[in-house]
Design a protein around this ligand. Structure first.
Ligand SMILES: Nc1ncnc2c1ncn2[C@@H]1O[C@H](COP(=O)(O)OP(=O)(O)OP(=O)(O)O)[C@@H](O)[C@H]1O
Length: 601
């Protein structure tokens, strides 16, 4: 039994973790927090002062022995004093609400910023893991206002505790055991609320994935992600029904839990009322028996209901703090995620200078939590100034290889060397700056054309001539010049005056971004797949000159994109099965020849 209790108390303390929340709020809004505390004291003091002056006023009104003029003057003095206290009380109360609001918005913004900062620096593997999305959803659902709500409720608890002390002192003069007895009867309400706060939290954790599924369906229906296909395949009704089915299921489970909690709460509230009337009956009996004076009974009847309300408020406050702390814990779970790829290490700049190549030495790789070996003993050399191509059927492992080159994952065995140094020795972010990449699913940033290109290297001072040069190398300059505001045109349709361009034109912008970067290694993963053949040819004809002494890795299913490569690797089932120049591979009559020989270009 004592173990059970200790365990429960430990869990309560662990979940509550007030120090962490207080430290956070204090560190973000120190000045405002001090002001809040001062205002709370002022508000409470003014409230009691108003009540006290009111009491003096009543006494003054009922006093005798003055002449009328003198009596009026005394009464008027107290009226003015009471009015001043009342006005001051409301002024402080309003200002206090304003200060609390400022503090809340500052804490919320800080929490949002920390959530974004955490997500922005997390390793890529998290973004291919459902566990991460569950943690993120819980953190976002928790709401960034929760730490502040904990503080506000703590303040309410403190206020109630002070009031309870006040009424407690009065009650003690009547009977010392009244308050402890009442507390005993109110305690079950608190325990039930904490119990159901835990239950609700467990429910939240175990249903996050299902909630995410519903959110995913809602996103499909309401956003532009699948708008075309939903209309063409008439999927809207189907997704809507799926969403509703999941939501109804969740709602029914949740309501069952709510019903249970309400039933228990009704019982415990009834117990608390029973406790209240037990004490009332007790005092009434004592009065009848002449043990308690009528005066005491009168005071008791005024003060005791108040103390009952205060105690209930206290119980509600503690359970709200506990509930919100459980939400705050979800946010801290996100903050607690650790990166595997250490961002310590050599700065690539120290090791810099152009003419550095990339060498993949006997690398093998399996995705985390899977057994399948996706890449097997791969060795690929990408010398500076050269263009290396990788080809292979769907699922051969090409994009996985790119993720390893970008150090989004580390190989399970083997190593990748940049300029002769294992890339794991470098600071990950510094190494990644050496890679200028165009992904197969490149991002369409709904910002200006200039920014879209500038994202290749935000550290460089923005220079329009350089932006234009990068666009020219990518063959994007011609259509950019025709846009209404040239390089200042907002791209995409999300925002007012945005200009949507074709997928091939987005690819050209992506390629310009890679050229604009200061990277030594350019990686094109199906970067020209949507380009017309003329644009692709123009780009590739100029590619070598644009490459300068950078190294390039090109992945493509199109012969036109890979045939000019200095060296071509053919991937199948995660292995390099052939390598050579285009001519050598076509003549060899193997997989490469089978893929490309009879293709009419
Ligand atoms: N995040 C992942 N987790 C687990 N397995 C993955 C993941 N991404 C890819 N795979 C698996 O790795 C294998 C290689 O996939 P990859 O995307 O590298 O192929 P690819 O050659 O680029 O194919 P495509 O030509 O279709 O783009 C596939 O069997 C795929 O199922």
């Amino acid at each position: 039994m004592s173990n059970f209790l200790t365990e429960k108390i430990e869990r309560f303390r662990g979940n509550l973790n007030l120090r962490r929340t207080l430290t956070l709020v204090w560190s973000v809004t120190r000045g405002w927090a001090i002001l809040t505390i001062i205002l709370i004291f002022a508000e409470t003091a003014l409230f009691f002062a108003s009540v006290y002056v009111l009491k003096l006023l009543i006494n003054a009104v009922s006093a005798s022995g003055f002449d009328v003029a003198e009596h009026q003057q005394v009464v008027l003095r107290y009226v003015v004093l009471a009015a001043l206290c009342g006005i001051a009380y409301f002024v402080v109360k309003s200002f206090s609400a304003y200060v609390t609001g400022v503090q809340a918005s500052k804490v919320s913004l800080h929490m949002d910023d920390r959530i974004h900062a955490t997500a922005a620096q997390l390793d890529y593997p998290y973004f291919e893991s459902p566990d991460y999305f569950d943690i993120l959803k819980r953190a976002k659902d928790a709401g960034s206002d929760k730490p502040h709500l904990v503080i506000v409720t703590l303040i309410e608890i403190a206020k109630n505790a002070m009031s309870l002390l006040g009424v407690g002192l009065v009650l003690v003069t009547i009977s010392w055991y009244l308050l402890p007895i009442l507390a005993l009867f109110v305690l079950p309400t608190l325990l039930v609320r904490i119990h159901f706060a835990n239950k609700l939290n467990q429910w939240r954790v175990s249903h996050t994935a299902t909630e995410r599924q519903a959110a995913y369906l809602s996103d499909l229906i309401t956003s532009d992600v699948a708008a075309k296909e939903i209309r063409v395949f008439s999927l809207g009704q189907y997704f809507k029904d799926q969403y509703l089915r999941i939501k109804l299921e969740l709602q029914s489970k949740r309501l069952k839990l709510n019903l249970k909690s309400t039933q228990r709460e009704v019982i415990t509230m009834a117990m608390a009322s029973l406790g209240f009337f037990t004490c009332v009956g007790f005092i009434a009996m004592e009065a009848v028996n002449g043990k308690t004076s009528v005066g005491d009974v009168t005071i008791f009847l005024v003060v005791f209901p108040q103390s009952f309300t205060i105690m209930q408020n206290l119980a509600a406050g503690i359970s709200i703090v506990y509930q919100n702390s459980l939400f705050v814990n979800s946010i801290f779970d996100l903050f607690g995620l650790q990166n595997k790829a250490d961002d310590d290490g050599l700065a690539v700049e120290q090791n810099s200078g152009r003419a550095k190549g990339l060498e993949l030495k006997n690398i093998s790789f399996s995705y985390p939590h899977t057994d399948k070996v996706v890449l097997k003993d791969i060795s690929i050399n990408v010398p500076p100034g050269k263009m290396v191509a990788v080809v292979g059927l769907n699922g051969a492992g090409k994009s996985t290889l790119i993720k390893l080159i970008c150090r989004l994952y580390d190989p399970t065995s083997g190593a990748i060397a940049y300029g002769g140094t294992d890339i794991r020795s470098f600071k990950a972010s510094a190494y990644r700056k050496q890679i200028g990449i165009v992904f197969q699913d490149l991002q369409h940033y709904n910002v200006s054309v200039a920014d879209n290109i500038r994202f290749g290297d935000l550290d460089k001072p923005c220079d329009l001539t350089e932006l234009k040069l990068a666009a020219q190398k990518a063959g994007a300059d011609v259509f950019i010049d025709k846009l209404p505001e040239g390089y200042e045109t907002i791209m995409g349709r999300l925002f007012d005056k945005g200009q949507e361009v074709s997928i091939g034109q987005w690819q050209k912008i992506g390629i310009a971004r890679a050229f604009y970067s200061s990277a030594n290694i350019l990686v094109f993963d199906e970067a020209t797949s949507a380009m017309d053949t003329v644009s692709e040819k123009e780009l590739l004809d100029k590619f070598r000159a644009a490459l300068d002494d950078r190294a390039a890795v090109v992945i493509s299913h199109r012969h036109s994109a890979v045939k000019y490569a200095d060296h071509i690797y053919v991937l199948s089932g995660g292995r390099v099965i052939e390598q050579g120049t285009d001519e050598e591979l076509l003549n060899a009559g193997g997989e490469y020849a089978r893929l490309f020989k009879n293709i009419d270009e």
